[in-house]
Write a protein that binds this ligand. Structure first.
Ligand SMILES: [Zn+2]
Length: 247
């Protein structure tokens, strides 16, 4: 089977686009200037994909094997090494490595909310300039907690949303400032996220998967941590104020 492409996007998002082997740190995402990013890293199985594969666990289902929790985002060289020399890379070592790598990525992202100011937001939403507006809709306000429940989001996503809300005022001020120069800006910003949101929903994604795919979308084309976090700040802002995600 192998991991699906959306699973790989989620894995890349959780991995900060970087190889999970400490000391490697190779950047494995091509940040596209237009359109979607390309994820060149490999979704390596911790517990092997097929009988005979490294760290294979017969008690797992195929769905569990291909789940993001059983995958490591690795460069080709490190993927080869962990599978060719499994004695050096047992399951627990890789699980620990994955947990600490993903935790560091999350912490770096959350810490950077403090660095999100107008220039970072400007970088994060520069694509809006080419976005067509949607027919004007309402910017309904829904309490985040209620919305989190309705969208079946777990603690990981909840954490990102809570951190993102720290930048709410900055994003709101920024959107307002842009709207002074370009009245369609808020609608086009919203349109870009809604297009992606409905597209992913149509593909059957929901809950945390959908949320993390949207996070990856919000960060596309961005490399600097503060810019990437600014993308998330915008997503969380829209999550709170409008129709992105189920109300
Ligand atoms: Zn590597």
């Amino acid at each position: 089977m192998g991991a699906s492409y959306p699973t790989k996007i989620i894995l890349a998002f959780r991995s900060g686009g970087v190889c999970a082997i400490p000391k490697c740190g190779k950047h494995l995402t091509y940040d596209a200037k237009s359109g979607d990013d390309t994820y060149v890293g490999e979704a390596a199985h911790i517990r092997g994909e097929k009988p005979g594969a490294a760290r294979y666990d017969a008690s797992m289902t195929d769905a569990e094997r291909d789940h993001v929790d059983n995958l490591l985002y690795l460069c080709t060289d490190d993927h080869t090494i962990i599978d060719k020399v499994p004695a050096d890379w047992p399951t627990q070592t890789l699980m620990d490595l994955k947990a600490s790598h993903e935790r560091q990525v999350r912490q770096a992202m959350e810490a950077a909310f403090a660095d999100v100011t107008f220039p970072e937001l400007q970088n994060a939403v520069s694509w809006v300039a080419n976005q067509a507006p949607v027919p004007s809709g309402s910017f309904d306000i829904t309490a985040p907690e209620e919305k989190i429940k309705k969208n079946a989001l777990s603690n990981g996503s909840r954490h990102i949303i809570a951190a993102g809300l720290m930048s709410r005022e900055t994003v709101a001020d920024y959107v307002e400032a842009e709207a002074q120069l370009d009245p369609d800006f808020p609608e086009r910003l919203k349109a870009g996220f809604l297009e992606e949101y409905f597209g992913k929903r149509k593909e059957g994604h929901k809950g945390d998967d959908l949320f993390e795919l949207m996070c990856a979308f919000a960060q596309r084309g961005l490399r600097k941590q503060a810019d990437k976090t600014a993308g998330i700040a915008v997503l969380v802002y829209l999550f709170e104020i409008c129709d992105v995600f189920e109300k």
